[in-house]
Write a protein that binds this ligand. Structure first.
Ligand code: 13P
Length: 245
Protein backbone atom coordinates (compact mmCIF):
# COMPACT_ATOMS: atom_id res chain seq x y z
CA UNK A 1 0.00 0.00 0.00
CA UNK A 2 0.97 3.61 -0.54
CA UNK A 3 -0.58 6.47 1.41
CA UNK A 4 -0.02 10.00 0.14
CA UNK A 5 -1.08 13.28 1.73
CA UNK A 6 -1.74 16.16 -0.66
CA UNK A 7 -1.71 19.27 1.52
CA UNK A 8 -2.76 21.48 -1.43
CA UNK A 9 -2.46 25.24 -0.64
CA UNK A 10 -2.91 25.06 3.12
CA UNK A 11 -1.13 26.07 6.27
CA UNK A 12 1.77 28.11 7.56
CA UNK A 13 5.39 27.02 7.71
CA UNK A 14 5.00 26.37 11.43
CA UNK A 15 1.92 24.20 10.87
CA UNK A 16 3.76 22.30 8.14
CA UNK A 17 6.72 21.66 10.46
CA UNK A 18 4.48 20.56 13.31
CA UNK A 19 2.41 18.19 11.17
CA UNK A 20 5.50 16.67 9.54
CA UNK A 21 7.16 16.22 12.95
CA UNK A 22 4.06 14.58 14.43
CA UNK A 23 3.81 12.16 11.52
CA UNK A 24 7.53 11.34 11.59
CA UNK A 25 7.36 10.65 15.33
CA UNK A 26 4.10 8.71 15.31
CA UNK A 27 4.37 6.69 12.09
CA UNK A 28 3.72 3.11 13.21
CA UNK A 29 6.32 0.41 12.62
CA UNK A 30 5.32 -1.50 9.52
CA UNK A 31 3.40 1.45 8.05
CA UNK A 32 2.87 1.39 4.30
CA UNK A 33 4.94 3.71 2.11
CA UNK A 34 3.91 7.17 3.20
CA UNK A 35 4.46 10.39 1.27
CA UNK A 36 3.69 14.04 1.93
CA UNK A 37 3.08 16.67 -0.75
CA UNK A 38 3.30 20.07 0.94
CA UNK A 39 3.02 23.45 -0.79
CA UNK A 40 6.30 24.32 -2.55
CA UNK A 41 7.45 26.96 -0.03
CA UNK A 42 7.18 24.36 2.74
CA UNK A 43 9.05 21.54 1.00
CA UNK A 44 12.47 22.13 2.54
CA UNK A 45 11.11 22.47 6.06
CA UNK A 46 9.06 19.28 5.73
CA UNK A 47 12.03 17.42 4.22
CA UNK A 48 14.12 18.42 7.24
CA UNK A 49 11.45 17.25 9.71
CA UNK A 50 11.03 13.80 8.16
CA UNK A 51 14.72 13.25 7.31
CA UNK A 52 15.15 10.54 9.95
CA UNK A 53 11.86 8.80 9.12
CA UNK A 54 10.82 6.59 6.19
CA UNK A 55 8.34 9.26 5.02
CA UNK A 56 9.12 10.71 1.64
CA UNK A 57 8.23 14.09 0.28
CA UNK A 58 7.17 15.38 -3.12
CA UNK A 59 5.88 18.39 -5.02
CA UNK A 60 2.28 19.06 -6.11
CA UNK A 61 3.19 19.90 -9.70
CA UNK A 62 6.20 20.47 -11.95
CA UNK A 63 6.99 22.26 -15.17
CA UNK A 64 7.32 20.35 -18.43
CA UNK A 65 10.49 22.41 -19.04
CA UNK A 66 13.98 21.81 -17.73
CA UNK A 67 14.79 25.47 -16.97
CA UNK A 68 14.49 28.96 -18.35
CA UNK A 69 12.03 31.83 -18.57
CA UNK A 70 9.00 30.24 -16.90
CA UNK A 71 8.09 32.62 -14.09
CA UNK A 72 6.41 30.91 -11.16
CA UNK A 73 7.10 27.38 -12.35
CA UNK A 74 9.18 24.73 -10.61
CA UNK A 75 11.11 22.12 -12.57
CA UNK A 76 11.20 18.45 -11.69
CA UNK A 77 14.98 18.80 -11.47
CA UNK A 78 14.59 21.47 -8.78
CA UNK A 79 12.35 19.13 -6.80
CA UNK A 80 14.89 16.34 -7.11
CA UNK A 81 17.70 18.72 -6.20
CA UNK A 82 16.20 19.59 -2.80
CA UNK A 83 15.52 15.95 -1.99
CA UNK A 84 11.92 15.55 -3.12
CA UNK A 85 11.34 12.06 -4.44
CA UNK A 86 8.04 12.44 -6.21
CA UNK A 87 5.54 14.77 -7.82
CA UNK A 88 1.78 14.81 -8.32
CA UNK A 89 0.88 15.50 -11.95
CA UNK A 90 -2.49 16.14 -13.56
CA UNK A 91 -4.49 16.78 -10.41
CA UNK A 92 -8.03 17.79 -11.34
CA UNK A 93 -7.56 21.14 -9.59
CA UNK A 94 -4.71 21.89 -11.97
CA UNK A 95 -6.66 20.60 -14.96
CA UNK A 96 -9.58 22.85 -13.98
CA UNK A 97 -7.92 25.92 -12.44
CA UNK A 98 -5.01 26.10 -14.87
CA UNK A 99 -6.54 24.53 -17.96
CA UNK A 100 -3.91 21.79 -18.03
CA UNK A 101 -4.34 19.59 -21.07
CA UNK A 102 -3.45 15.93 -21.42
CA UNK A 103 -0.61 16.99 -23.74
CA UNK A 104 0.89 19.23 -21.03
CA UNK A 105 0.42 16.49 -18.47
CA UNK A 106 2.21 14.06 -20.78
CA UNK A 107 5.12 16.53 -21.07
CA UNK A 108 5.24 16.99 -17.29
CA UNK A 109 5.27 13.24 -16.66
CA UNK A 110 8.11 12.90 -19.19
CA UNK A 111 10.04 15.73 -17.53
CA UNK A 112 9.64 14.20 -14.07
CA UNK A 113 10.67 10.77 -15.32
CA UNK A 114 13.84 12.17 -16.86
CA UNK A 115 14.91 13.41 -13.40
CA UNK A 116 14.21 10.03 -11.82
CA UNK A 117 11.60 11.21 -9.32
CA UNK A 118 8.39 9.22 -8.92
CA UNK A 119 5.11 10.41 -10.40
CA UNK A 120 1.55 10.21 -9.15
CA UNK A 121 -0.57 10.68 -12.26
CA UNK A 122 -4.12 11.75 -11.36
CA UNK A 123 -7.08 10.75 -13.49
CA UNK A 124 -10.81 10.97 -12.90
CA UNK A 125 -14.13 11.96 -14.38
CA UNK A 126 -16.49 14.83 -13.54
CA UNK A 127 -20.03 14.31 -12.26
CA UNK A 128 -21.42 15.15 -15.72
CA UNK A 129 -19.14 12.65 -17.41
CA UNK A 130 -20.17 9.92 -14.94
CA UNK A 131 -23.85 10.68 -15.41
CA UNK A 132 -23.39 10.51 -19.17
CA UNK A 133 -21.87 7.02 -18.79
CA UNK A 134 -18.44 8.25 -19.91
CA UNK A 135 -16.42 7.72 -16.73
CA UNK A 136 -14.36 4.75 -17.92
CA UNK A 137 -13.74 6.20 -21.37
CA UNK A 138 -12.57 9.49 -19.85
CA UNK A 139 -10.14 7.76 -17.51
CA UNK A 140 -8.82 5.51 -20.30
CA UNK A 141 -8.23 8.57 -22.48
CA UNK A 142 -6.43 10.39 -19.64
CA UNK A 143 -4.15 7.38 -19.11
CA UNK A 144 -3.42 6.99 -22.80
CA UNK A 145 -2.69 10.68 -23.30
CA UNK A 146 -0.88 11.33 -20.01
CA UNK A 147 1.58 8.45 -19.96
CA UNK A 148 4.59 8.52 -22.25
CA UNK A 149 4.79 5.51 -24.54
CA UNK A 150 6.93 3.51 -24.21
CA UNK A 151 7.52 4.03 -20.53
CA UNK A 152 11.12 3.58 -19.43
CA UNK A 153 10.41 1.87 -16.13
CA UNK A 154 10.48 4.76 -13.65
CA UNK A 155 7.94 4.65 -10.88
CA UNK A 156 4.54 5.98 -11.91
CA UNK A 157 1.61 5.51 -9.59
CA UNK A 158 -1.90 6.18 -10.85
CA UNK A 159 -4.42 7.96 -8.61
CA UNK A 160 -8.09 7.63 -9.52
CA UNK A 161 -9.78 10.74 -8.16
CA UNK A 162 -13.36 11.23 -9.33
CA UNK A 163 -13.69 15.00 -9.46
CA UNK A 164 -17.12 14.93 -7.79
CA UNK A 165 -15.66 13.12 -4.76
CA UNK A 166 -12.85 15.60 -4.09
CA UNK A 167 -13.46 17.77 -1.05
CA UNK A 168 -17.18 17.04 -1.13
CA UNK A 169 -17.46 14.34 1.54
CA UNK A 170 -19.02 12.10 -1.17
CA UNK A 171 -16.73 9.11 -1.38
CA UNK A 172 -17.34 6.83 -4.38
CA UNK A 173 -19.03 3.54 -3.56
CA UNK A 174 -16.93 0.44 -3.13
CA UNK A 175 -18.46 -0.98 -6.31
CA UNK A 176 -17.67 2.13 -8.35
CA UNK A 177 -14.10 2.15 -7.05
CA UNK A 178 -13.68 -1.57 -7.79
CA UNK A 179 -15.03 -1.24 -11.33
CA UNK A 180 -12.77 1.68 -12.19
CA UNK A 181 -9.68 0.25 -10.53
CA UNK A 182 -10.12 -3.09 -12.31
CA UNK A 183 -10.40 -1.23 -15.60
CA UNK A 184 -7.24 0.80 -14.84
CA UNK A 185 -5.34 -2.37 -13.90
CA UNK A 186 -6.41 -4.09 -17.13
CA UNK A 187 -5.48 -1.01 -19.16
CA UNK A 188 -2.03 -0.77 -17.56
CA UNK A 189 -1.36 -4.47 -18.16
CA UNK A 190 -2.34 -4.14 -21.80
CA UNK A 191 -0.73 -0.80 -22.63
CA UNK A 192 2.01 -0.07 -20.09
CA UNK A 193 3.57 -3.39 -19.05
CA UNK A 194 6.22 -1.70 -16.82
CA UNK A 195 3.29 -0.38 -14.74
CA UNK A 196 1.29 -3.60 -14.76
CA UNK A 197 1.57 -4.00 -10.98
CA UNK A 198 1.97 -0.38 -9.90
CA UNK A 199 -0.13 0.97 -7.05
CA UNK A 200 -3.48 2.39 -8.07
CA UNK A 201 -4.55 4.91 -5.42
CA UNK A 202 -8.07 6.10 -4.76
CA UNK A 203 -8.59 9.77 -3.87
CA UNK A 204 -11.69 11.76 -2.98
CA UNK A 205 -12.97 12.37 0.56
CA UNK A 206 -10.95 9.51 2.09
CA UNK A 207 -11.07 9.68 5.88
CA UNK A 208 -10.18 7.34 8.72
CA UNK A 209 -13.91 6.53 9.03
CA UNK A 210 -14.30 5.29 5.42
CA UNK A 211 -10.76 4.09 4.70
CA UNK A 212 -11.54 0.43 5.55
CA UNK A 213 -14.25 0.40 2.93
CA UNK A 214 -12.09 2.11 0.31
CA UNK A 215 -9.21 -0.32 0.89
CA UNK A 216 -11.58 -3.28 0.58
CA UNK A 217 -12.36 -2.33 -3.04
CA UNK A 218 -10.61 -4.28 -5.81
CA UNK A 219 -7.16 -3.17 -6.96
CA UNK A 220 -6.88 -0.31 -4.46
CA UNK A 221 -3.23 0.08 -3.55
CA UNK A 222 -3.62 3.04 -1.24
CA UNK A 223 -5.02 6.54 -1.07
CA UNK A 224 -4.27 10.09 -2.14
CA UNK A 225 -5.69 12.10 0.73
CA UNK A 226 -6.51 15.81 0.76
CA UNK A 227 -8.38 17.30 3.71
CA UNK A 228 -7.81 14.38 6.06
CA UNK A 229 -4.04 14.60 5.56
CA UNK A 230 -3.92 17.98 7.31
CA UNK A 231 -4.33 16.57 10.82
CA UNK A 232 -1.90 13.99 12.15
CA UNK A 233 -4.54 11.88 13.91
CA UNK A 234 -6.79 11.72 10.85
CA UNK A 235 -3.93 10.82 8.50
CA UNK A 236 -2.51 8.26 10.95
CA UNK A 237 -5.99 6.71 11.16
CA UNK A 238 -5.90 6.15 7.38
CA UNK A 239 -2.39 4.70 7.64
CA UNK A 240 -3.60 2.31 10.35
CA UNK A 241 -6.56 1.27 8.18
CA UNK A 242 -4.14 0.50 5.35
CA UNK A 243 -2.05 -1.66 7.69
CA UNK A 244 -5.15 -3.64 8.64
CA UNK A 245 -6.47 -3.99 5.09
P1 13P B 1 -10.01 15.34 -0.39
O1 13P B 1 -9.43 14.15 0.36
O2 13P B 1 -9.98 16.59 0.42
O3 13P B 1 -11.33 15.02 -0.98
O4 13P B 1 -9.00 15.61 -1.61
C1 13P B 1 -8.64 14.57 -2.43
C2 13P B 1 -7.56 15.03 -3.33
O5 13P B 1 -7.79 15.83 -4.21
C3 13P B 1 -6.21 14.51 -3.11
O6 13P B 1 -5.36 14.85 -4.16
Amino acid sequence: MFIAGNWKMNGTIEQARTLARQLANQLPTGAPTTALFPPAPHLSAVLAEVAESPIFVGGQDCSPHVQGAHTGDISAGMLADIGARGVIIGHSERRTNHGETDAEIHAKVSAAMRTGIGVILCVGETREQREAGEAEAVVRAQLAAGLPDPLSGNAVTVAYEPVWAIGTGKVATRDDISTMHRMIRAWLRAHQPPLAETFILYGGSVKAANADDVFAADEVGGALVGGASLKADDFLGIITAAMNA
